[in-house]
Design a protein. Structure first.
Length: 417
């Protein structure tokens, strides 16, 4: 009898403990709210001071320009002669009356005042635009610096989603809300790692405890059935018990595989779905011929990163179900693989009985079959599609099922390349 592998070791003890600094004055804790208030309040104050200074300088320049005399008196002996570069109306004031001259001077002064105010307004708007650009750039940089711990937490969470439960954030810095969140997340990861390790240990122990007696029963039944002198009734009973034992072994294997496949795949290697589907077709070919089912389809290369044994289980379960739940005559199964939109796609279509759309979701539940009892069927133990869904999810993929027109199903598995 083949030796069974040793079960995993006991779960490791926690190796990381968050450091919580105790402050003498809790109300002085540098929370994110206080830091953001001080940061953006200080930025607003600095921007206001700069804008006020710029407006003051521009106003002083405008006042200095507006206070310059609009004209120069060249002669005042007998006739008033005036020269002005800004007021052409008073350059020749010989024929003007005093009121006309004063009106021309007032109009010239108003014109210069409007010009000075327009220049002040345009330059102030340019200064405000420049300060706004600087403030947005500085605020964006500071916000990124303040929120950078969130990016670190997100990256760690993504790594954990890939089943790397050994990762920890271990965030340094002020004792604020983000550090409290990171410490809480690390504590949760520590507990999850211990829970998953305990689950793996349980699966290993269950595998050892459940397989051994079933293997012994099978060996004993095969030995008794090999006796040519055994009565016919005993041989018939032995065959029935052997079939029941085989069904129990399949159930145990399915449950253990389902438990393992619920976790993410840590060790990944390049696997071609075309090769996996081809091997599944070869294994089911004899059964398909016996049932009169034709297997067809083109398998194009579609390489993914994953576990080859589990991916082969996906293709094998789908092809087996497509062959076993088919029509008695002129049935067919089509198996195709290809790469679409950056994803590897495995499609298994088959003829068969009409499947209502509302019963599609029930097919993926353990021990659920379409219009059949949980026991008394020789087509399987009711875990095939549940295992397929778990393995697909463990590889970051999905499985979709839809009824086919005329009867049967179309199973579509998508996996990231």
């Amino acid at each position: 009898m083949a030796t069974t592998p040793a079960p995993p070791q006991a779960p490791p003890k926690p190796t990381w403990a968050p450091r919580r600094a105790e402050t003498a004055f809790p109300w002085l804790r540098p929370t994110i709210r206080i830091r953001l208030t001080l940061l953006y309040g200080g930025m607003f104050l600095i921007a206001g001071i700069l804008l006020l200074s710029i407006i003051y300088l521009l106003a002083a320049q405008a006042i200095s320009t507006g206070n310059q005399p609009p004209f120069k008196i060249l002669s005042a002996s007998n006739e008033i002669k005036v020269a002005s570069a800004d007021c052409p109306a008073v350059n020749n004031a010989t024929g003007l009356t005093l009121n006309e001259f004063n009106s021309a001077i007032s109009e010239c002064i108003d014109q210069k005042r409007h010009i000075a105010l327009d220049n002040l307004l345009s330059r102030s708007l340019l200064a405000l635009l420049g300060l706004a650009i600087i403030a947005f750039a500085f605020g964006y940089a500071m916000a990124g610096r303040v929120l950078s711990p969130l990016g670190r937490i997100t990256r760690t969470a993504r790594a954990v989603a890939g089943s790397d439960l050994s990762r920890r954030i271990e965030l340094d810095g002020p004792d604020d809300e983000l550090k409290e969140l990171a410490d809480t997340f690390d504590e949760m990861l520590e507990r999850l790692q211990r829970a998953f390790t305990a689950q793996q240990r349980f699966v290993g122990n269950a595998s050892h405890e459940l397989r051994t007696p079933l293997a012994i029963n099978r060996t004993l039944l095969e030995v008794h059935l090999s006796d040519p002198g055994a009565p016919v009734e005993l041989q018939q009973l032995g065959k029935t018990l052997l079939a029941t034992n085989e069904r129990s072994e399949q159930l145990v294997e399915g449950l253990l595989l389902l438990a393992r496949s619920d976790n993410q795949i840590v060790e990944r290697k390049p696997v071609d779905l075309a090769e996996v589907a081809g091997q599944a077709v070869d294994q089911v070919h004899a059964e398909a011929q016996a049932k009169g089912v034709e297997i067809r389809g083109e398998q194009k290369p579609a390489v993914v990163q994953g576990n080859g044994v589990l991916l082969e289980r996906i293709a094998l379960n789908l092809v087996q179900n497509a062959v076993r739940y088919n029509i008695p005559e002129a049935g067919w199964v089509e198996v195709t693989t290809e790469v679409q939109h950056g994803q590897a796609v495995l499609v298994v279509s088959n003829t068969g009985p009409v499947v209502p759309a509302y019963e599609i979701d029930n097919l993926f539940e353990p021990f659920r079959r379409l219009r059949t009892e949980r026991t008394g069927s020789d087509k399987g133990v009711g875990l095939g599609l549940s295992i397929v869904r778990s393995v697909a999810r463990a590889h970051g993929g999905h499985i979709y099922a839809q009824p086919r027109e005329g009867g049967g199903l179309v199973m579509r598995v998508t996996l990231p390349v």
